[in-house]
Ligand binder design. Structure first.
Ligand SMILES: *[C@@H]1O[C@H](CO)[C@@H](O)[C@H](O)[C@H]1NC(C)=O
Ligand SMILES: *[C@@H]1O[C@H](CO)[C@@H](O)[C@H](O)[C@H]1NC(C)=O
Ligand SMILES: *[C@@H]1O[C@H](CO)[C@@H](O)[C@H](O)[C@H]1NC(C)=O
Ligand SMILES: *[C@@H]1O[C@H](CO)[C@@H](O)[C@H](O)[C@H]1NC(C)=O
Length: 192
């Protein structure tokens, strides 16, 4: 584990450099082994949508390709919603709206991945519940900004839409590239 941490840190400056080049990042986070986007989102008060959009091009829309040591931007100046709510079993948008005082217009504008009927929210999804529109716009390149992970469980058991847009289920946990975890490839790390 110690060796692994060092080997990941060894490559970190190169990853961090590319992200820090992105202007206006108000807060950032370094991915740890076992992280998934929604666990980072819940811990750091950044919505599922915002994390995906801010890191578009760095991570896939379903967040299947997180890499330990990777630096994520959590929010950009003027587009950083830090008021969040984590979806629990049986939640409906009506529940969330009455619990947070956010109306449906603002809830959908801040979380554009939610469908009109709100049948696709899933357990553990992190929603922006700011009272005004606070999140960045979608990338607008024809790709979905955010796709539910293949492991997503619908909040409402009768809803079946969660996986409707998932085309390529994939492992959602962060995994180090084998070149980073194969200690024999980096014999000198033990001596650092
Ligand atoms: C996230 O928000 C909660 C509730 O407002 C707050 O208690 C907590 O300190 C926040 N965490 C971070 C990392 O900002
Ligand atoms: C949340 O964002 C607001 C507005 O940008 C800022 O004033 C506040 O300090 C932030 N809160 C936290 C916990 O980061
Ligand atoms: C969700 O709703 C179902 C059906 O109404 C109920 O059986 C179940 O106990 C509820 N689960 C939770 C965690 O509230
Ligand atoms: C929600 O609030 C916004 C801003 O106050 C308002 O423009 C919008 O019409 C409201 N939507 C609903 C459904 O009440």
């Amino acid at each position: 584990m110690y060796t692994k941490a060092i080997s990941v840190a060894f490559f970190l400056p190169f990853v961090a450099q590319s992200v820090l080049a992105t202007a206006g990042c108000t807060r950032s986070y370094t991915v740890k082994d076992g992280d998934i986007c929604d666990s980072i989102s819940a811990a750091k008060n950044v919505s599922t949508y915002q994390l995906a959009v801010v890191n578009h091009g760095q991570i896939n829309p379903d967040c299947a390709d997180l890499t330990p040591g990777q630096t994520l931007c959590l929010g950009r100046t003027g587009e950083d919603c830090n008021t969040t709510y984590v979806v629990v079993p049986n939640d409906t948008c009506d529940d969330i709206q009455s619990r947070t005082g956010v109306n449906s217009t603002i809830l959908h504008l801040n979380n554009p991945q939610i469908n009109e009927e709100c049948t696709n929210i899933y357990i553990g999804e992190v929603l922006c519940v700011g009272q005004t529109v606070q999140v960045p716009p979608a990338p607008g390149n024809g790709q979905p900004a955010v796709v539910a992970p293949s492991t997503a469980i619908p909040a409402n058991p009768s809803a079946t839409a969660v996986h409707a847009s998932v085309t390529h289920p994939a492992v959602a946990h962060a995994t180090a590239p084998s070149s980073l975890i194969n200690e024999e490839d980096l014999p000198f790390c033990d001596e650092l």
